[in-house]
Design a protein around this ligand. Structure first.
Ligand code: 3HC
Length: 337
C-alpha cells in the first residue's frame, strides 16, 4: 500500500507506539495535543505521534509526486504551443510545477524519509499521485482546461493547506498557492481566447471542458462518507476542509466562470439550489475514479514509464553533482589542513 508503509529511519522518534506507554510518552503526547488544540504549528524537531508523521509523509509525498507527474501532460504541448508567448508561459508553468515537487519533497524529508525512498515508492507503483494526471492532453485547448480547472481545483484544495498544523508543509504551500493562482489564470486566458475565437476554436474549448470536468470533480477525492483519512487528518489540523466541501466550493466558483466563457458544463443535473446557496451536481462515477487511482486509467502506465525513464536518464547528472560536491569537500579540507 501507499507510503503509509514506507520505512522511516530507526530511532526513538520513529519507534512504533503500539506497545506500553510510559509517563514520558504520555507527557509528550499531551504536549502535542495541546499544541494542536491551540492551533500552533508542529515543527520538524518537535515530538509527534508516529501516525501523524506517517500521515504527513503519505500526503506530502503524494502531493510532491502529483506535481512532478503533472509536468508530463503539459510537457506534451511545449513544442506545439501556438505562439512564442504561449510557449514561454507554458514552459514557466511546467518549471514551477517541478519547483513545487522539490519544496514538497524537502518538506517530507524533514519528517525523516529520504527523497530516494519517496521516488523509489513512486517508481515501484507503491505510492499514489493525483488521479487527474492519468488523462491525456489531446488538443491545445487541454492546456487551457488543465490550467483553468486542474490548477483551479488544486488552489481550492491547497489554500487551506497553508494553515496545515505541520509548519514546513504549511510554509511550502504559501508560495505554491501564489504560483498556482498564476497557472489558473493563464489557463482561463487560453480558454477565453479560444471561446472568443472561430467556431472551431470554441468547439475545441468545449470539447476540452467536456473531457476534463468530471475527472476534475473527482480529483478532490472520495466522498466524505468514503474518505478513510479525513476524520483523523482534520482532527490533527492537517486537512482543514473536507473533500466534499472543497468539491462544492470548486463547483460554485467555476460555474459562473464557464458562463462567462460561454461554455456548457457537461452535467445535465447541475442546478442552483437557492435554499442551500450552492449548485447541485449530478452523480459522480466513482468506478472510474477508483479504476484510475488503482492504476488502470488511460495514461497510468505511460506516465509512470516516462517518470522512470527520466529518472534513469538523469543518473549522470546526479552522479556528476555528487562527484563535484566530493571534490569541493576535499578541496576545502586541503585548504583547512
Ligand atoms: N488521486 C489519487 N488518489 C486519491 C485521490 C486522487 N485524486 N483522492 C484520494 N486518493 C486516495 C488517498 O490518497 C487515499 O489513499 P491511501 O490511503 O492509499 O493514501 C484514498 O484515496 C482515500 O482518500 P482520502 O480522502 O481518505 O485521503 P486523504 O484524506 O489523503 O485526501 C487528498 C486525499 C484530498 C488528495 C489529500 O491527500 C490532499 O489534500 N492532498 C494534498 C494535495 C494534493 O496532493 N493534491 C494533488 C493534486 S496536486 C496538483 O494538482 C498539482 C498542481 O500543479 C495542479
Amino acid at each position: 500500500m501507499y507510503t503509509q508503509s514506507m520505512d522511516l529511519p530507526q530511532g526513538p522518534a520513529a519507534e512504533p507506539r503500539g506497545g506500553p506507554r510510559d509517563a514520558t510518552d504520555l507527557e509528550a503526547d499531551a504536549r502535542f495535543e495541546a499544541r494542536i488544540a491551540a492551533d500552533r504549528k508542529v515543527e520538524a524537531q518537535d515530538w509527534m505521534p508516529d501516525a501523524y508523521r506517517r500521515t504527513l509523509v503519505r500526503q506530502i509525498s503524494q502531493h510532491a509526486h502529483s506535481e512532478v507527474v503533472g509536468m508530463l501532460p503539459e510537457g506534451n504541448w511545449v513544442t506545439r504551443a501556438p505562439s512564442l508567448k504561449r510557449k514561454a508561459i507554458l514552459l514557466a508553468k511546467i518549471q514551477d510545477e517541478g519547483g513545487h515537487g522539490l519544496y514538497l519533497y524537502s518538506a517530507a524529508e524533514t519528517l525523516g524519509t529520504s527523497r530516494d525512498q519517496m521516488v523509489g515508492a513512486l517508481h515501484s507503483g507503491k505510492a499514489k499521485y493525483s488521479s487527474i494526471f492519468n488523462y491525456p492532453t489531446l488538443t491545445w485547448a487541454d492546456m487551457g482546461a488543465v490550467g483553468w480547472l486542474v490548477d483551479g481545483a488544486a488552489i481550492m484544495n491547497q489554500i487551506p493547506l497553508c494553515r496545515c498544523s505541520y509548519g514546513p508543509y504549511a510554509r511550502a504551500m504559501i508560495r505554491i498557492c501564489k504560483e498556482e493562482s498564476f497557472h489558473q489564470r493563464q489557463g482561463f486566458d487560453i480558454m477565453l481566447s479560444l471561446a472568443r475565437g472561430t467556431p472551431a476554436q470554441k468547439a475545441m474549448a468545449q470539447d476540452a471542458l467536456n473531457r476534463w470536468w468530471w475527472p476534475v470533480v473527482m480529483m478532490f477525492g472520495p466522498s466524505d462518507a468514503e474518505s478513510i483519512h479525513s476524520a483523523q487528518t482534520m482532527k490533527w489540523g492537517i486537512k482543514r476542509i473536507s473533500n466534499d466541501d472543497l468539491r462544492q466550493k470548486f463547483i460554485d466558483a467555476t460555474v459562473p466562470q464557464a458562463e462567462l466563457l460561454g461554455l456548457t458544463i457537461p452535467d445535465p443535473d447541475l442546478k442552483w439550489n437557492a435554499e442551500r446557496g450552492h449548485y447541485e451536481h449530478g452523480t459522480i462515477d466513482w468506478t472510474e475514479f477508483w479504476n484510475v487511482v488503482n492504476g488502470n486509467g488511460p495514461c497510468n502506465r505511460e506516465r509512470l514509464a516516462a517518470r522512470v525513464r527520466a529518472h534513469e536518464k538523469g543518473t549522470w547528472v546526479r552522479e556528476a553533482a555528487m562527484a563535484h560536491a566530493a571534490k569541493e569537500r576535499a578541496r576545502a579540507e586541503r585548504v583547512a589542513a
